[in-house]
Design a protein around this ligand. Structure first.
Ligand code: CAA
Length: 384
């Protein structure tokens, strides 16, 4: 039985910060951001949205009545959870009117958890043919004003429906993975902004990618020429190039040109959105499928997922017949083009209003707006 990604959707809030303007205010050279780090813009989350609304907004684009009958598991991956006890997936189940006879769960392991969710979903469908699983990866990347990580912030959600006979890509059972305790990035419970040693995490990311690549090639007897492209976790888009550079010399000159072209396609969305942690690797995949016109059905894409702390997984997917018909290319581009620009001072006001103590029960004074699902605050302990 073939199992994999049947549908995929992306949602990001409608506010955007131009990073050239941010560089000027911070006293940095714009080229450091746009070339050195590879980020042009970042989505800014308003106070009326959080990982639940973003996840529901993404999933609502793909769920139809048949899915409502067949989905009996909702897996939410996030490292920006809103509760230490209750899963955000249970709010999403309600917002999407999914059956009460559904399992709902939230997963956490930094940016890696979405991949674990996807693998659980694949195995669940294998054991229960005909069922479908909704996997959502939703996050807000927040490092702090005027910190080195600020340029790599972002917000958004990816939703995927995992089923048998998938329309977009099968998930192959060829994973290699590893975990090793490292202190590169973490966010203790009393903090809204991450603690990070960005250079250390870049080094661990590269190290784990190379280790897993060698392990994968040995295990599967495949080489780089078996892949038509890579989708990397992209905390910032230059990271993808740093990773690919680790293995590119294994390819012929022609393949190298092809892989670099595909890498560029995979970076387009992250360049304009920023890091969305758990969803970033799947934003990279969606970007590759949306911006490359050279992919063919039957071709394989290698996926590298990384989560600080640190855990990583490498596996492949195979593109299905007519997959391009099911990739939401147009609507993703429209979503990004339709965003509203914030000045640096407007962004700072929104950012500051979301620091820990002020987040709950407060509506943003700086921006207001409407989206399909929005968070207005808490009333008598209930989320409204
Ligand atoms: N023109 C062109 N390039 C320039 C430039 C200019 N004027 N000025 C600087 N650069 C280049 C530098 O040469 C450097 O390039 P290389 O990385 O290829 O050497 C690049 O711009 C960045 O410069 P710095 O290293 O000096 O930048 P920095 O010290 O401000 O830190 C960062 C950059 C580490 C990415 C930082 O933004 C950060 O900490 N980000 C958050 C953490 C992060 O994203 N880590 C990545 C892996 S972690 C992970 O994957 C999990 C996760 O999602 C968090």
């Amino acid at each position: 039985m073939t199992i994999g990604i049947d549908k995929i959707a992306f949602y990001t809030p409608k506010y955007v910060l131009d990073l050239i303007e941010l560089a000027k205010v911070r006293g940095d050279e714009p080229e450091k951001y746009t070339i050195g780090i590879g980020q042009d813009k970042q989505s800014v989350v308003p106070n009326y949205e959080d990982i639940v609304t973003m996840g529901a907004n993404a999933a609502s684009k793909i769920i139809d009545d048949t899915d409502r009958q067949l989905i009996d598991s909702v897996i939410l991956a996030t490292e920006s959870g809103i509760d230490n006890s209750k899963s955000g997936a249970i709010y999403i189940q309600r917002l999407l009117n999914l059956s009460e006879f559904t399992r709902t769960i939230e997963l956490k392991q930094a940016c890696y958890a979405g991949t674990y969710g996807l693998m659980q979903a694949r195995d669940y469908v294998a054991a229960h043919p005909g069922r479908r699983v909704l996997v959502i990866a939703s996050d807000i990347a927040r490092y702090g004003l005027a910190t080195p990580g600020e340029v790599t912030q972002g917000a958004g959600a990816i939703a995927m429906i995992i089923s048998d006979n998938p329309k977009i890509a099968s998930i192959n059972t060829d994973s290699v993975y590893m975990s090793a305790e490292r202190a590169d990035f973490w966010r203790p419970l009393d903090r809204t902004q991450a603690l990070v040693d960005g250079h250390l995490s870049t080094d661990i990311y590269k190290e784990m990618f190379l280790t897993l690549w060698q392990r994968y090639c040995t295990k599967t007897q495949q080489t780089i020429s078996d892949f038509s492209g890579f989708a990397f976790h992209l905390p910032y888009t230059k990271m993808g190039k740093k990773a690919l550079d680790e293995v590119l010399d294994q390819a012929t000159a022609e393949q190298q040109v092809n892989l670099m072209e595909k890498l560029k396609a995979s970076q387009q969305l992250s360049r304009q959105v920023g890091n969305i942690y758990t969803g970033s690797v799947y934003l990279s995949l969606l970007s590759l499928l949306s911006y490359s016109d050279k992919l063919q059905s039957g071709e394989k894409i290698a996926i590298f997922s990384y989560g600080s702390g640190a855990e990583a997984e490498l596996y492949s997917i195979t593109l299905q017949e007519n997959f391009t018909e099911y990739v939401p290319r147009k609507s993703v581009k429209q979503l990004l083009e339709g965003r509203q620009k914030l000045s640096v001072s407007e962004y700072e006001a929104v950012f500051n209003s979301q620091l820990f103590d002020s987040h709950v029960n407060v509506k943003s004074e700086a921006v207001s707006g409407v989206t399909q699902f929005q968070f207005l605050g808490w009333q008598n302990g209930e989320r409204v």
